[in-house]
Design a protein around this ligand. Sequence first.
Ligand SMILES: *Cc1c(COP(=O)(O)O)cnc(C)c1O
Length: 437
Amino acid sequence: MDNSSDWLARTRAAVWHPCTQMKQLETLPPLPVARGEGAWLIDADGRRYLDAISSWWVNLFGHANPRINAAIVDQLGRIEHVMLAGCTHAPVVELSERLAALTGLGHAFYASDGASATEIALKMSFHYWRNVGRPGKTGFVSVKHGYHGETLGALSVTDVALFKDVYAPLLRHSHQVTSPDWRLAAPGESAEAYALRAAAELEAYLAAHADTTAALIVEPLVQGAAGMAMHHPAWLARARAACDRHGVHLIADEIAVGFGRAGTFLAHEQAGIRPDFLCLSKGITGGYLPLSCVLTRDEIHAAFYDDHSARGFLHSHSYTGNPLACRAALAVLDIFRSDDVLAGNRARAARFNALLADVARHPRVAHFRNTGMIWAFDVIGAGPGFSRDFHRAALARGVFLRPIGASVYFMPPYVVGDAELTLLAETTLDLLDGLPD
Ligand SMILES: *Cc1c(COP(=O)(O)O)cnc(C)c1O
């Protein structure tokens, strides 16, 4: 990409951008990215922007990471892709074995994006109950303001009005329970006390509807699209216990919070529990290639293992288990193993929290929050155009941010250094100081 304005005209003419009212591109053009380098995006004119939200939460170890690049290049010379029905290959076998060892969930089913992982988990849960003679368990429970993707099945358990309301006539009903988001706690109530209060509602719902409920689907610890709403792990522990008591599956959607994002390798570890289904995507390839995965317990897999084809899980996608994506994922796991990434992130998070002290106590900031490598706060008095204006003002200062409504969040790649974190904190403070009343 050599000339910005040329690319902007061509993208508007030929590309239909995601999650975008295309008319807004008239006043807020997309960034024409030509290259990436570590935590930085570099545009067609050579300007640099700090990728403070990891390219929609997918990037872990920076753009153009030499180790992930090398793994993909090596795989490219062997086999780029082969169908996974009737064939298998080393990258998918090794990745499945390593994910099983890390999660205690013995079988891995692959797709290419997060929404497909949600679809797979919902279908598998329903089909499991049918295979064990409980065909009436067809319902799903999710959490208010939860997000699980935007294909029709995933949207049915998503609860974000902006994405869902238009398509309501196409969707299947599901039940939403109160969110354990600690911002909803009563004055003086701790995050934990509020989480337990919210869990009581879930317990009552499952007690009454277990016969018709297949699964509860949750985003452990952080509801990303809700604006990085965070909750105490006690809620998840209680949800697991209630699902066990009432014979309902627990689906952990760790598409955004897995791979160290919430501080532990997987977020649900902090509640001391194990889900029945675990959905992974986004960071799984370090932000390189589309790959998602649903891991499940061997007992669930066994309920599909039969002489009859129709008792099997006949779902598929053309690129299921793509070898290049699996090699990228294996390189990511290698980096976690060799670099002690989680410990490095703990130190990084402590430094960033110290740098953000003035942001946290700024008079326009409410509910400053942090879980692992995710930070967020709500801006008091944010008007309707806030998100776009803040994005634009940050961009002018070389920082790429995309607030969700009135919530500003940071989700930097795990390779950000102190200079970059300082730039991010100082830019944010200046932007807050410059907000209109
Ligand atoms: C992003 C996301 C999804 C959907 O993943 P896509 O790859 O965008 O389809 C599902 N669940 C959660 C929690 C997510 O953050």
